[in-house]
Write a protein that binds this ligand. Sequence first.
Ligand code: F6P
Length: 324
Amino acid sequence: MKRIAVFTSGGDAPGMNASIRAVVRGGLHHGVEIFGIIRGYNGMIKGDIIPLNSQSVSNIIQRGGTILKSARSKEFMTPEGRKKAYDQLKSHGIEGLVAIGGNGTFTGAEIFYNEFQIPTVGVPGTIDNDLYGTDFTVGYDTAVNTALDAIDKIRDTADSHDRIFFIEVMGRDSGYIAIQSGISGGAESILIPEERQTVEDVVETLKSGFNKKKTSSIVIVAEGDEEGNAAVIADRIKQTIDVPVDIRVTNLGHIQRGGSPSAADRILASRLGLGALEGLLDGHKNEMAGIVNDELIYTPFHDTITKKKIINTDLLRLAGILSK
Ligand code: F6P
């Protein structure tokens, strides 16, 4: 394989640039030409494909976002869009792909591989940490620390004003960011989609805090929680709780997607970027590179998309005991 293209797709994540850098520098090491596709599958369809060299990726390991830009492509979901993308790759002489992204990216990659057999290896890049086949995804550690920094700051003002804060964190269908930032931020309650807690459970927790003379509390809500978003839950609790409380809601939103990647994310991204490239050169295809128990492994895209990564819900028990 002499020409490989790399692209980022779906929600961006801190550390994607470190992965791009690893693919490019790894390509140089192995004598392979590396191209970058701009704006994910949309750029593939349009032929927005540029050569990358060592200088193209200098001074980016510390930068958040993605120098290749990202998009969620509707056109690639159609057979016509994918055919255009294939034609563009062929005309640029691309023989293999490194796809950096999450669930949606690998769903597209699998369909594309089945139709056109262009070998593709993925790098798990999403703040959600929701991909089967890797202990951690690129961007997750940074996002947790960004959320934690915000939680610490909110706790200061919550304490000054004797308030309960409901803080919503990202995680489309997963509670990873919520559970990590909630435990490390000493949250009184953490709501995640993987384990149902009712509004009544939260009221009980808050009331028992009141009885122990707690004057402020933090409730972390994962955006995908079944009970609703933080605003909805806060509203229901206001109506249910029979003690006078001042409640505020903060949605941390896209701040969690930005910022300079943590050391852990830079290293993970570098290992996985090189792992994906070398995997392609070794004949891996239609698979995602991941790190499990500190070992590089390859998992079929199909499994990364369809199998559920199991969150350790015992951490909720820990949070419950420690926040009392
Ligand atoms: O998948 C990453 C993520 O940040 C999710 O946590 C969130 O639900 C979603 O992307 C937001 O997507 P968008 O930036 O398109 O609004």
